[in-house]
Design a protein around this ligand. Structure first.
Ligand SMILES: Cc1ncc(COP(=O)(O)O)c(C=O)c1O
Length: 386
């Protein structure tokens, strides 16, 4: 189908680039004309293992031959296996599986509301991003995503990131939860400071509120730890996941600390496809690949390498204001809007993203090599120089 016919039948909720991607392997994708691209933003943050990782593909084939879907009123062994792997790498508790990040956050918000209906307030951060449903778009502290969708959900207040004094001021006994990303992704690759994270945890403890950490974009090895909160000296009460959890398959999850596991009871929450055996088989393969292929260490090493190369580029280009991030979640803040640089990179066969108008978002698969990073940096350098 050509792009004109596609546009006739598919709602235009996305600005699409004029290429059709038909094949992907590792860090590479190909369009319908056979052009090869180096993908430094695979799957919009869902490609921590790159495209079609062989372990994920094999797990999917194996599961396809057994059963494709199991309703959640029956036991589903892949779901249990994946939950156990998530808990082994995070904190003691239980997991609910959904299909997306927004849905994972919805579930987390339902859980905190249900725990204490008298606590009406939820604090999230300005410039955060938590999804596109009515609850999660309300949680998202950016008016551009909320415009036109009134009335939004009540009870949300927004704090400046890393402003401990403001957070203390907003906190009181009516607060049910503080919800934050460890590194704001859509918000321009802005990490939370250790002091702010510690303050959030302490305030939640003092005022009997829950700390929800949204790891939808930062989780599954992206920052060099399995979950980015592990860079900080805190533990969340609820952690939300999606994107790379399925290695390319749609899946989301929220993980609840053991002491809060009785809040949601049978009938309180559900999802037809959440924790589908295919998605969970892929998720099990993702954990297996990250551990057996030593990918957390690679994310740390390649994250440092990439960052240094980008700093070198900064010393040569007046267009770069700052390089920041954690592990392989890197942002290059420009002094001008970055959309044209994204186009120029794509014309040179490198796929990247620009977020928050001026921040180039670079999130290659965590099995990326130095050679691939060198190629990407050379292309970004040429695009900036043009
Ligand atoms: C931090 C964060 N939370 C939630 C979401 C929403 O995830 P999904 O698009 O799977 O609903 C995103 C998506 O970009 C995200 O980056």
């Amino acid at each position: 189908m050509d792009q004109t016919e596609f546009d006739k039948y598919v709602l235009k909720t996305y600005k699409r680039f004029p290429i059709t991607l038909v094949r992907g392997r590792g860090m590479q994708v190909w369009d319908e004309n056979g052009n090869e691209y180096l993908d430094f933003f695979p799957g919009w943050g869902s490609g921590n293992l790159g495209h079609c990782h062989p372990k994920v593909v094999a797990a999917l084939h194996e599961q396809l031959d057994k059963i494709m879907h199991v309703p959640n009123v029956y036991y589903n062994e892949k779901q249990g296996e994946l939950a156990k792997l998530i808990i082994a790498d995070s904190f003691d508790g239980q997991v609910f599986f959904s299909n997306s990040g927004a849905e994972a956050n919805e579930g987390a918000l339902k859980l905190v509301r249900k725990r204490n209906p008298n606590k009406k307030t939820i604090i999230t951060l300005k410039n955060s991003f938590h999804g596109r449903t009515i609850a999660t778009v309300t949680a998202t502290g950016q008016s551009e995503y909320q415009k036109g969708f009134d009335p939004l959900l009540g009870g949300f207040v927004y704090c400046d990131i890393n402003d401990c004094a403001m957070l203390e001021k907003l906190m009181n006994e009516n607060v049910a939860a503080i919800m934050l990303e460890t590194v704001q992704g859509e918000g321009g690759i802005v990490p939370v400071t250790p002091e702010f994270m510690r303050t959030a945890r302490e305030l939640c403890d003092r005022f009997d509120a829950m700390l929800i950490i949204d790891e939808v974009q930062t989780g599954i090895g992206r920052t060099g730890k399995m979950f980015a909160y592990q860079h900080y000296d805190v533990q969340p009460d609820v952690m939300t996941l999606a994107k790379s959890l399925g290695g390319g398959m749609p899946i989301g999850a929220f993980v609840v600390a053991r002491k809060y596991c009785d809040i949601l009871q049978p009938g309180n929450h559900g999802s037809t496809f959440g924790g589908n055996p295919l998605a969970c088989a892929a998720g099990v393969a993702v954990f297996n690949a990250i551990h057996t292929e030593n990918l957390l260490a690679n994310a740390v090493e390649m994250g440092d390498y990439f960052r240094n190369k980008l700093e070198e580029l900064k010393s040569k280009s007046a267009l770069i204001r700052e390089v920041r991030g954690l592990g392989l979640m890197l942002g290059v803040e420009l002094t001008k809007p970055g959309a044209k640089i994204v186009d120029k990179c794509r014309a040179r066969n490198l796929l990247i993203n620009c977020t928050h108008q001026t921040v180039l978002r670079l999130m290659p698969a965590i099995n990326v090599t130095k050679k691939q990073i060198d190629r990407a940096v050379a292309i970004i350098g040429a695009a900036l120089a043009e």
